[in-house]
Design a protein around this ligand. Structure first.
Ligand code: TA6
Length: 294
């Protein structure tokens, strides 16, 4: 996403400004190492472009910045659940307003911290008290950490994902490795399936890989680069591409959008809302994704 052309509405430091796209404020980072943007709507990273590279992150040309709908593309924060095990789909974090807590910078890059606070609205959807923050570290690589603390006086359980949309030149000319071989196929009622070590996409996929390796690699043969995704705190890597029919069915994705995106998600997958990671009062948990290009 081109952030440079958006006018600044506030200057926070040499490297950090606030810009606005329609109804959404975006923390924009312009640093020698990389440019990046994180929308306060959703705590949603919309761009990460190391200097001299094309963006590593895909954003839909038809994403809706109305401050209500989840943005199509970027890194949606799915929390406190993943998928359609409750409503709204993928939880409320991606459609909530986050607050900018802190920003720091040095010659290696910029760190931005956002917070999601419990409110009457979140309580109606999920009756628990939480302290959730998102740490976005922008430099030679991108590190996103979702930190979750239980500040309630009772235990609660959550799932979720950092639902990264990677940017590729041509999905037909990518080769993915490191996702493991065992997966639940969301297109076949979560049937347990066994795949190969290497994945070349030719059709829609929506898979929960349950034994991913430490590093997932997406070789982009057109851009001549390999994107790497290293996750922590996850129990699965979800891989998704809606393909042509799926893209056409989404009002906020251009019809050919599927050709240049590939979701590789750091996921805490749970089959029901009662399952996932349980935190006792004052316990915390981190879900991380680190994305880079080689
Ligand atoms: O992570 C894959 C997935 O859960 C798919 O099933 C697909 O629907 C996608 O996320 C997008 O969901 P959304 O609610 O953003 O349309």
């Amino acid at each position: 996403m081109n952030l440079v052309s958006l006018p600044a509405i506030a200057v926070l430091s040499d490297n950090v400004t606030i810009v606005q796209k329609d109804q959404v404020k975006i923390v924009r980072i312009i640093h020698d190492k990389a440019t990046a943007g994180i929308a306060l709507h959703g705590g949603h990273l919309v761009s990460y472009q190391p200097t001299g590279q094309q963006d590593l992150i895909w954003m839909s040309e038809q994403a809706i910045f109305d401050g209500k709908k989840a943005l199509r593309g970027g890194i949606p924060v799915c929390w406190p659940w993943f998928g359609r095990i409750a409503a709204p789909a993928h939880g409320f974090a991606r459609t909530s307003q986050w607050e900018l807590v802190e920003h720091r910078e040095n010659e290696h890059g910029v760190i931005v911290e956002l917070a999601l606070l419990p409110s009457k609205d979140t309580h109606q959807l999920w009756p628990h008290m939480f302290d959730v923050s998102l740490l976005v570290e922008v430099g030679d690589e991108l590190k996103v950490t979702l930190k979750v603390i239980n500040i309630d006086d009772e235990a609660w359980t959550f799932s979720g994902a950092l639902h990264t949309y990677l940017n590729v030149a041509d999905i037909l000319q990518t080769e993915t490795t490191g996702m493991g071989t065992q997966y639940l196929d969301s297109l076949q009622d979560d049937k347990v399936c066994q795949g190969g070590d290497t994945l070349v996409l030719t059709d829609t996929i929506d898979r929960v890989y349950t034994q991913p390796e430490a590093l997932i690699k997406i070789e982009d043969k057109v851009l001549n680069r390999t994107l790497t995704v290293e996750n922590q705190g996850h129990n699965a890597a979800v891989l998704w591409n809606p393909w042509s029919e799926g893209a056409q069915s989404m009002g906020d994705m251009q019809d050919d959008g599927y050709q240049t995106m590939f979701c590789v998600e750091s996921t805490i997958h749970a089959p029901t809302i009662e399952q996932g990671i349980t935190l006792q009062p004052s316990e915390n948990y981190e879900l991380v994704t680190v994305i880079a290009a080689q």
